[in-house]
Design a protein around this ligand. Sequence first.
Ligand code: IPE
Ligand code: IPE
Ligand code: MG
Length: 269
Amino acid sequence: MTSRITASSTQVIPATGDVPRHVAIIMDGNGRWAKKRFMPRVAGHSKGLEAVRAMVRACIERKIGYLTLFAFSSENWRRPVEEVTFLMNLFLKALQAEVGKLHANAVRLKVVGDLSAFDPRIVALIREGEARTSNNGVLTLTICANYGGRWDILQAMNQLALAHPEKAGVYGESDLTPHLAMSFAPEPDLFIRTGGEERISNFLLWQLAYSEFHFTDILWPDFDATALDAAIASYQTRERRFGRTSEQLLGESAVSPAPTCGFGELKNS
Ligand code: IPE
Ligand code: IPE
Ligand code: MG
């Protein structure tokens, strides 16, 4: 019998018993955190920055290789102008204050999204921060800013069409993926959304195709290392099948020993 093989770009099965290699988080609930305390919404954003610092520390301690945080979506421009201005200033101040600390902790900083909409001072700080930390290997921290999953797929399509017009009509997944904004990272193993909503809100649409999802009611400013551990514990109970059956996976592990690095190749047959 001939097996039907599709060229899926999700080729590698990480073992879920390990810590996830890549955790991607929608940091939601800042406004509600503040409202509960009779504070202005923006106070929740300031508190949320503290939670970001704690999460970076927790990921380093747990040897998670990639942490990706949704900081500002392409739709967040629709918020009141005062809130958008506050968020932009917070981003600017965070870049000024945190890049040195990230570098001291060997964290590589990446910022992905349509940066053309940002103040040139912010763009300059992003570029400087990325360049300064580019050789660090402990953790890759990616901030998604003015990011949208639809924007990402479209910009990748446009880059690909310009680079290879002769292949139009026969583009495959592996032609597109190098042009996606997060081509430097493996696909997220664990996706977390805080704040109780259970939706993707135009986050990493392509890259989350086979991620394990964890939704929690905890508001982002309250999300700490203990909450991260609960998400990881949930992740560790999952069986990632990538289209196959449980029996096939059991059969595979009987033939091939558990890979020492925690990652095994998904064979296309
Ligand atoms: C997430 O918190 C932060 C950003 C979107 C910038 P929210 O500001 O969305 O908080 P809620 O969802 O209104 O509580
Ligand atoms: C998603 O949160 C975007 C970020 C966390 C940056 P939102 O609060 O903007 O999402 P919706 O509008 O409730 O879907
Ligand atoms: Mg929200």
